[in-house]
Design a protein around this ligand. Structure first.
Ligand code: MF3
Ligand code: CO
Length: 265
């Protein structure tokens, strides 16, 4: 990644919103179908078709030879879990990460879904991680530094007894999935990157119940917590704007579906 920031014009932001809308809808469709008994590979197949039906391209498939549309990471898997024959169980927490390309622009978002009845411990992890993302987004405004986002996320996680994963970071996004600057979920000394209107970033806290240490599975993709504790991951693509960040992706479709599902139980 070179250290050039590609600021987006008004028209480019509109295109990115189209991409973001498809990612958001795709994750809404995940919310619709994810349940006890479904294989993660079947979710992936369904969403690949869904994205193509919306005239977009799955962004992860083929990226560094990644073979699937989604990354699906269960419980102690942090990110980059590969869709497989794993059958989702009651009590799992399942992170689903999705990216698309539409008209040359990427959007990237992730959500950790609670499956059936999950423990209080897991419920709190999801709540705090989502709050971390929210606090990060609140700081994605022109005049702030990237480190204001990092600090807000790290402080909220650690104040609640959790750890942030430091091996992976959020990122700029646009005509490339990963652009400068990095958006760490923790304070990095000696780094100051100021933000202004036109910068688009993916903010993506990865928070563990136990230690923040992780390892790479020998499948070459999946990243897991070293201590086996559960991990959550939420991600939004946002436009740094004057006064208030502008969401490029959103959780509205997901939240609508999850609410409906609750009433049907
Ligand atoms: N969504 C990941 C990110 O935010 C990228 C996954 S790329 C893949 O950086 F190839 F691993 F799928
Ligand atoms: Co990302």
């Amino acid at each position: 990644m070179n250290d050039i920031i590609y600021y987006k014009s008004y028209d480019e932001i509109q295109l990115m919103k189209n991409s973001g809308n498809i990612v958001s809808k795709a994750l809404g469709e995940v919310a619709n179908i994810i349940d006890v008994g479904i294989k993660t590979i079947d979710i992936d197949r369904h969403i690949e078709l869904f994205i193509k039906k919306h005239n977009a391209i799955p962004a992860f498939k083929g990226y560094h030879e990644y073979p699937y549309t989604l990354c699906i990471s269960v419980n102690d898997q942090v990110v980059h879990g590969i869709p497989s024959n794993y059958i989702i169980k009651n009590g799992d927490i399942v992170s689903v990460d999705c990216g698309v390309i539409k008209d040359g622009f990427y959007a990237d978002s992730a959500f950790t879904f609670p499956i059936g009845k999950i423990s209080e411990k897991k419920m709190n992890l999801l709540k705090i991680t989502q709050e971390c993302l929210k606090l990060g987004i609140n700081n994605a405004i022109s005049g702030n530094n990237i480190s204001d986002i990092s600090f807000a996320i790290q402080q909220h996680a650690e104040n609640n007894g959790y750890s942030v994963v430091k091996d992976l970071v959020g990122h700029g996004i646009g005509k490339n999935l990963h652009e400068y600057p990095e958006v760490p979920n923790f304070i990095v000394n000696d780094k100051k990157v100021s933000m202004k209107k036109g910068l688009v970033i993916a903010i993506e806290p990865m928070i563990n119940i136990g230690s923040g240490d992780v390892y790479h599975h020998n499948d070459n993709w999946t990243i897991l917590t070293k201590d086996g504790s559960c991990s959550a991951h939420y991600e939004q693509t946002v436009h740094v704007n004057n006064g208030k960040a502008e969401l490029i992706t959103n959780f509205d479709y997901i939240n609508d579906i999850l609410l409906k599902k609750q009433y049907n139980y």
